[in-house]
Design a protein around this ligand. Structure first.
Ligand code: PXP
Length: 246
């Protein structure tokens, strides 16, 4: 299990004033130096936070895993192939959403992914990951497409407040992770994770590899600094289970 830091919201802060700072690439370098295994960015179609020049700067600067999160549009696939990241996580994208609101609806997108998206990645070294809710039908359809990994959408778990809902969501994520692993794909996870809810996820969901964390981590870094915040997340991910604060 390793930490990938999503640096989108460093760009959000930069863009709020139209200045050149804070620079997402500089932030990404600090995250790597603090021990993060990689960096995630989402180049959105409307360029709300990360911009095209950021993508190329990140590609030049990052030594670890680079995860290019994107909608599976022709425009994004073209940029992604030019940039050649290790991993491309394909997500649904809605213009009005504040953040990615759910996983891909595989029944809806299957034909398009089979005929247009997956063939476009053929002959590249880019691993393809699909962002999915932990539904067995979606996971089976993703497997049929031949993707390398599935990122489980942890947002519903992260937003749950009552213990019964938290338990149910953890169970769904656990079953999903077991199925993905049994089908021979890599299990990634992300959305809404923070220092408080991460321990329960780690305790309950097996086989997870890349954990993608953005908003809460970048927010915490305002108080703690980015270096310390990344180190605290890594410490928590590596700590013995009974040392974790749930
Ligand atoms: N994974 C995916 C696919 C996402 O869309 C996001 C949000 O950009 C994240 C992980 C990170 O979520 P958060 O910012 O809530 O940590």
């Amino acid at each position: 299990m390793q930490l990938l830091v999503n640096i989108d919201h460093v760009a959000t802060l930069r863009n709020a004033r139209g200045e050149g700072y804070p620079d997402p690439t500089e932030a990404a370098i600090v995250c790597e130096q603090a021990g993060a295994a990689g960096i995630v960015f989402h180049l959105r179609s409307e360029r709300r936070h990360i911009r095209d020049d950021d993508v190329y700067n990140l590609k030049r600067a990052i030594r670890g895993v680079l995860d290019f999160e994107m909608a599976a549009s022709d425009e994004m696939i073209k940029i992604c192939k030019e940039v050649n990241p290790h991993l491309s996580t394909l997500v649904p994208e809605g213009r009005e959403e504040l953040t990615t609101e759910g996983g891909l609806n595989m029944k809806k997108v299957y034909n398009d992914f089979e005929n247009r998206v997956m063939p476009a990645f053929e002959g590249t070294d880019i691993e393809v990951s699909l962002f999915l809710d932990p539904n067995p039908e979606d996971i089976h359809l993703a497997h049929k497409l031949g993707v390398n990994a599935i990122e489980l959408h942890t947002g519903t778990f992260a937003n749950a407040t009552n213990p019964a809902d938290i338990k149910r969501e953890l169970e769904r994520l656990k079953e999903g992770a077991i199925l993905i692993h049994e089908l021979g794909m890599k299990v990634n996870a992300g959305h809404g994770l923070n220092l408080k809810n991460l321990p329960a996820l780690i305790e309950n969901v097996p086989h997870m590899e890349d954990i993608s964390i953005g908003h809460a981590l970048i927010s915490k870094s305002i108080y703690w600094g980015l270096d310390r915040t990344v180190r605290e997340y890594i410490k928590l991910m590596k700590s013995d289970s009974n040392m974790r604060l749930v």
